[in-house]
Design a binder for this molecule. Structure first.
Ligand code: GDP
Length: 364
């Protein structure tokens, strides 16, 4: 499953946010949620299209697509050298596909800041440095082991070594690997290096209630500091999000959101942004038994999409019948979609689009 790791210094609001995310079920009662370990949660990706499909198909059940989220605590200055939970935490983060970096952008004299002042830009640098040091360690190891085979003159090994050396230089300048650009072939090699700072990142600015819509000076400072990074910024108020999830009914939550001037809980936005950060998209299956959302990478072919449901579907793939969500919902039925000539039969080469409603034909 695709995993997002939440990182940040202590007391910036990681657990508060993690708990809200894990509580996404509160927003729609029939969505499954399960906790695997205390710090790992499976979160449903909110998608209003599922409700629309449910109202049209009337299935026995509706199943959203999910993502895994890991609360990675224990990152402090010196973690790369084993301070705090140090190395164990770094192993956890290596296994994630994307990083949510939570930054404290709220002032609150009652909540101790590890360095005694609120400064999200410097907080971010502390974390970045630890991650870069860890990457530096791995890349140096890689260069050492490549050195043994370099004399062979193997082109692949030379290329890998050149790349590793270039990455090392960037890390030594205090920059993250994601600030570099790679071609497709290089990207393949870089993925093998399993570096932490090459993962996509989203900065989550945790602000006080009054700033959830507008942001504040701290958010602006973060924006300025990361403008050259390939990164997204999201403003969220973890504490009011926690208050929202505690409200019992949907109506109460809507009223509270209205008072705040928000259309939806910030965690919904966060989940969706993380989803696109991972370069993921959704296709649907819609039958009377089940209406369900499935996750595939952007660019996935029809057989790959079928493989998400079951590997046999991919192996025995014959064809896919595809309707667009928009055609189906505006025309009102499968028959109408067929009549309009918009019901398509696609083969192995078909590239799945977000919002496709698919039905697979396969050999077993
Ligand atoms: P973590 O150490 O990063 O996991 O931080 P926690 O989520 O445990 O939060 C630390 C403390 O800050 C808790 O007492 C939270 O209630 C509080 N907190 C978290 N987010 C906010 C916020 O947006 N505003 C304020 N005032 N307090 C917050």
């Amino acid at each position: 499953a695709l995993k997002c790791g939440i990182v940040g210094l202590p007391n910036v609001g990681k657990s508060t946010l993690f708990n809200c995310l894990s509580n996404a079920k509160a927003q729609s009662a029939n969505f499954p949620f399960c906790t695997i370990e205390p710090n790992v949660g499976t979160i449903s990706v909110p998608d209003p299209r599922l409700e629309k499909l449910e109202s049209m198909v009337n299935p026995e059940r509706v199943v959203p697509t999910t993502m895994e989220i890991v609360d990675i605590a224990g990152l402090v200055k010196g973690a790369s050298k084993g301070e705090g939970l140090g190395n164990q935490f770094l192993a956890n983060i290596r296994e994630t596909d994307a990083i949510l970096h939570v930054l404290r952008c709220f002032e609150d004299g009652n909540i101790i800041h590890v360095d005694g002042r609120v400064d999200p830009v410097s907080d971010k640098e502390i974390i970045d440095i630890e991650l870069q040091l860890k990457d530096l360690e791995s890349i140096e190891k890689r260069i050492q082991s490549l050195a043994r085979n370099l004399k062979s003159g193997d082109k692949e090994i030379i290329k890998e070594n050149d790349l590793a050396v270039a990455i090392k230089a960037v890390l030594e300048q205090g920059k993250s690997v994601r600030s570099m650009s790679f071609d497709e072939k290089e990207l393949e090699i870089v993925q093998k290096f399993q570096l932490i700072t090459s993962k996509p990142v989203m900065y989550v600015c945790n602000v006080e209630e009054s700033a959830v819509k507008t942001g504040n000076a701290h958010v602006e400072a973060v924006r300025e500091a990361v403008k050259d990074e390939n990164a997204q910024i999201l403003i969220v108020g973890a504490k009011i999000e926690a208050d929202i999830t505690e409200l019992e009914t949907y109506e109460e939550r809507q009223m509270f959101l209205e008072e705040l001037g928000l259309e939806e809980p910030g965690v919904n936005r966060l989940i969706r942004t993380a989803y696109s950060l991972l370069n993921l998209q959704t296709y649907f299956t819609a039958g009377v038994k089940e209406v369900r959302a499935w996750t595939v990478h952007v660019g996935a072919t029809a057989p790959q999409a079928a493989g998400v449901i079951h590997t046999d579907f991919e192996k025995g793939f014959i064809r896919a019948e595809v309707m667009k969500y928009n055609d189906y919902t505006t025309l009102g039925s499968e028959a109408a979609v067929k009549e309009a000539g918009k019901f398509k039969v696609e083969g192995k080469e078909y590239i799945v689009q977000d919002g496709d409603i698919m039905h697979f034909r396969f050999n077993v």
